[in-house]
Design a protein around this ligand. Structure first.
Ligand SMILES: N[C@@H](CCC(=O)N[C@@H](CS)C(=O)NCC(=O)O)C(=O)O
Length: 219
């Protein structure tokens, strides 16, 4: 049985923004049986000795599959896809295409989007306005590229929905409260398609229940 280490108690302002969402979304999509170990972040559980043995960076998400432990959301999703034989194609080239787009989401697209989200949420201190403008400019390069990629396709890596779409959609979600997707109709439609999936709705409900908020609070 898989155990997902996710948040159980968390500082209010980051509820709804954490990466255990993407891991749970993949679990819900694959149908693999799992349980959630809900960590108390506010009580320091991530820094305690027990969790230290599971996550060397003291971060969430991590999964433990009967003793085999995997950290890093991208690796967690690829593991789940490989294990389930779902959300990734069976052929080598198709799988590498998914890996490519997982890296794109996490190492290229997420950086400026996450920075914009952090500035919008927490202010960002001195120089934040200039930094945000720079990040918006950089984000525009990656969003332009995604819009082109989606010219004639429904999903980012392959014909079918894959874990790369879970990563990219959760990354795009970081700017859902801005108008930065407005110039990109195909990307907007792609995001809407991804978050319309029943497994995402189940994930949001389960997460909201776990954190003691409503789905509306975190949508
Ligand atoms: N690169 C890691 C980042 C994980 C990460 O930053 N997790 C945050 C929640 S989204 C966390 O556990 N923060 C707790 C802390 O910093 O104390 C991944 O993709 O899994």
């Amino acid at each position: 049985m898989i155990t997902l280490y996710g948040f159980g108690r968390l500082y209010r302002r980051v509820i709804g923004e954490t990466r255990d969402l993407r891991a749970q979304w993949a679990l819900e999509e694959t149908g693999l049986p799992y349980r959630v170990h809900a960590l108390d972040h506010t009580g320091g559980e991530l820094d305690g000795p027990a969790y230290s043995r599971i996550s060397c960076f003291h971060l969430v998400p991590v999964i433990d599959d009967d003793g085999f432990i995997i950290a890093e959301s991208g690796a967690v999703l690829l593991y789940l896809a490989e294990k389930a034989g779902k959300l990734i194609p069976p052929d080598f080239e198709g799988r590498m295409r998914v890996v490519q787009w997982c890296f794109s989401a996490l190492t290229t697209v997420e950086r400026p989007l996450m920075e914009i989200q952090l500035i919008d949420k927490f202010g960002g201190g001195e120089g934040a306005e200039n930094r945000r403008a720079g990040m918006v400019k950089e984000a525009g390069r990656w969003l332009d590229g995604l819009e082109r990629r989606l010219d004639d396709r429904e999903w980012i890596a392959c014909a079918d929905f894959t874990v790369a779409d879970i990563l990219l959609a959760t990354v795009l979600r970081e700017i859902r409260k801005t108008d930065l997707l407005d110039p990109y109709p195909r990307l907007k439609a792609y995001y809407a398609r991804a978050v319309a999936r029943p497994a995402w709705h189940r994930t949001l409900s389960l997460y909201a229940e776990r954190l003691g908020v409503t789905v509306e609070d975190i949508r």
